[in-house]
Write a protein that binds this ligand. Sequence first.
Ligand code: AHR
Length: 661
Amino acid sequence: MNSRINQNKLSLVVAILTIGINLANAQQSKKISPYLFGLFFEDINYAADGGLYAEMIQNRSFEYSPTDNPQWHSFTSWEFVKQVFSYGSLNIETNDPIHSNNPHYAVLDIKHVGEHATGEFANIPENKGIPGVGIKNSGYDTMIVKASEKYDLSMFGRQISDHPIPITIILQGTDGKILAKENISVDSKDWKKYNVTLTVSENSDAASLLVIGTSEGKLAIDVVSLFPQKTFKNRKNGLRPDLAKLLADMTPAFVRFPGGCLAHGDGTDNMYRWKNTVGPIEQRIEQRNLWGYHQTMGLGYYEYFQFCEDIGAKPVPVLPAAVSCQNSGGTWRIGGTGQQALPMEEMESYIQEILDLVEWANGSPTSEWGAIRAAAGHPEPFNLEFIGIGNEDKITPEFQERFNMISKAVKAKYPEIQLIGTSGPFSDGEDFEKGWEIANDNHIALVDEHYYKQPEWFLSNLNRYDSYDRKKPGVYLGEYASWGNKLKNAIAEAAYMTTLERNADIVKMASYAPLFAKKNHTQWTTDMIFFDNETYSLTPNYYVQKMFSTNYGDTYYKNIISTKKDSTLSASCLKDSKTGDIILKMVNTGTKEKSMKVNLNKFKNLLFDAEQIILTGDAIAENTLENPNNIAPINSTIKVSKSFDYIAPPTSLTVIRIKTN
Ligand code: AHR
């Protein structure tokens, strides 16, 4: 009897001790968000059309107009060509389009086809090329083609004459040199799609595509499209492989799309409506891009979801909260007619459009919208889990009413979907407060915060999320960047990102913005990746993002790295339970080297040959397209021990990855 009592006492003591140890451990470590670091993608700075989207023909559907840009029209980027004394006419018509969503098409009337002159006239410019009348496109600024590579050309044609019209398709280099040539015959009185593959004979960085009618007759032409066969993962209607790979290499946990301000648009007519962006490209509704150009919607919802799947990222679509950007009609953040709201009588169908997105992404192939996804080639669901409602909107009564209606309907039909609310364009202020209040009242899963600030702001706000109420919605830091692409900007972001990791029990997601910027088309000065048609340059900010996203874990440990409360030092320690790796990040934002103490006694079975990556250099150094390698991380292997001092170089981020047995 006595021994049983003693045994019971012992068990009680052991239980109390275990709880005590667990509590102490719980305070020392915590589980963190599985999807903290992801990507923000918006078609700003020619990120999509002319950028990531691999289409090489600019204005392929003749839908450019002065609405996009005062200087633009249906033939922008096209040239009328009459070769070898041929003549005819070129017009835009709209009376019998391929589809009402795509109203404009070109009509070519070939009146006469010339003949090559001989003798002394053979060398005059007018006598060069293939005799005929046609159109020529030189792409987005330039068209680059590579020797031996294959390019898929497709175009829609409709014979207007009563006889078929022979067409020659040419990829042409400088001085009229023919790099590839194929023939088709437009032989149908109805719109028909023609496809040829062009194999290029030599490199050119100034190629153009010619579509030449080579005998008399009249025909209609639309959606002239040219893609390299080598796209990312060889997808049709796919992405530029080099740029897409840069994103894949970051192993982002999610991709947010299509914006940014592009999502809520410039006035209600300019909102990004997902249904306009799926289905065959010739049936998508193109529209003005509020960043001063045009959206073909060729990179639409299907392609975004497919890309997410291809790189193992969660899709995070952001839909308008039935209101447009508060700067509608003005320039960015300045003036305009203000936010425009969809009329109440349109709300029922607008809400249905959002519900339909969930069915399109996740529904069975036999459901109405799941069937449309399946018909596009994806019978399996896309596993949509998050939807953003609104993008940094002004929190007006109109917004609030519509947001509440949308969130109520989505929660009722799809309680498993995590909704993301919005809190205006700034880190604080009226919209920020009201946006959070609405999210709290509606029990929204996450709130999207946006802020672009000087690096000093990030360094003075390293405690921002320490005091956030853990019982309230989580944070999605959907857009942030310090103003600049110098190393010091990236390192300030790195210091801040260690605090995102520290608070990743409440900060669930974060994405730097914007992502891409094309040379000569950059509207936003601070971006993550700069590119032109041939190459790219990676900013220090890209390297920081990649060092964090590829070295993430699931548990945060505190008090592993001691920074002696030096305000120029920040650090974090994570464990990745899948691999057992311990990941240390150490940031020195100061201009002198500094020492930090690392104590790994808590961890067992450490292997002391560790991987180290350091990003450091001159604080004001940056990479450009001309000099892309001024700043780059350096990888090495180092020996660590259970407890060691780390000397952090000035202006640096160091990642040390320690494996365990
Ligand atoms: O990232 C660029 C722009 O900044 C986004 O479109 C907008 O949401 C923010 O104001």
